[in-house]
Design a protein around this ligand. Structure first.
Ligand code: GRF
Length: 218
């Protein structure tokens, strides 16, 4: 019998390709993230992300089969609660979550967003960063609050915009950094080093007045 503590449990929410989920699974496989995926949850039953885990770990439903957003989010929340996660990890989940859902998991739910928040909340961030003439762009991991992309930012990676950059080239470069950023923040989370207190992020007991900036070689 093992005397090791049970692995921290992650529930992951996805709607698309699942490349961030893939990076999290790779970190777990490599032994650099001591955690276990206990479910992958989606509003898109056919999304690629679901295929990355065994069928027993998949949950999905179509929002149009529910009376309204709150009904769907209640069912999603009940399915998540049933797997008893320690952390809820939004990784390309493209549907707005209602306030009751967010409050249910408040302080335990993270999201990755492809911009240097608070710049460029919402969609189409790479194009908007180029149109704004930004010299720096990147990605952020933040706590989820009811207001979209507005929760306390924990950590960011910066990508310097190059001459001739397109939204597609920038997206590729930012995403490559996301695959390093998210597992790193999850390491802090599962080690009990990360908390949300009074709407700010706290790491190792210190309030993060500005997000941690992480650097990974491109
Ligand atoms: C990522 O760029 C992430 O920042 C954003 O949605 C995208 C998800 O991609 N929230 P994937 O599904 O992880 O490949």
């Amino acid at each position: 019998m093992s005397d090791r503590a049970p692995l921290p449990r992650l529930a992951v929410l996805c709607s698309g390709r699942g490349s961030n989920l893939g990076a999290i699974l790779a970190a777990i496989d490599a032994g650099t993230l001591d955690a276990k995926i206990v479910g992958v949850f989606s509003d898109k039953p056919k999304c690629e992300a679901l295929q990355l885990v065994p069928a027993a770990l998949r949950w999905s439903a179509k929002p149009r089969d529910f009376a309204d957003r709150s009904d769907f989010d209640q069912a999603l929340g009940d399915a998540i609660a049933a797997v008893r996660p320690d952390w809820i990890v939004c990784a390309g989940y493209m549907r707005i979550l209602d306030a009751a859902f967010v409050e249910r998991f408040r302080g335990r739910m993270l999201n990755i967003h492809p911009s240097l928040l608070p710049r460029h909340r919402g969609l189409d961030t790479h194009r908007r960063a180029l149109e704004a003439g930004d010299r720096e762009h990147g990605a952020s991991v933040h706590f989820v609050i009811p207001e979209l992309d507005a929760g306390a930012v924990i950590a960011q990676v910066v990508v310097l915009v190059r001459p001739g950059e397109t939204p597609e080239s920038l997206a590729r470069r930012v995403q490559a950094q996301e695959y390093r950023l998210y597992p790193e923040v999850l390491r802090w989370a599962v080690a009990g080093r990360l908390h949300e207190r009074d709407a700010t992020a706290v790491l190792d007991g210190h309030t993060l007045f500005t997000p941690r900036r992480l650097e990974f070689a491109e």
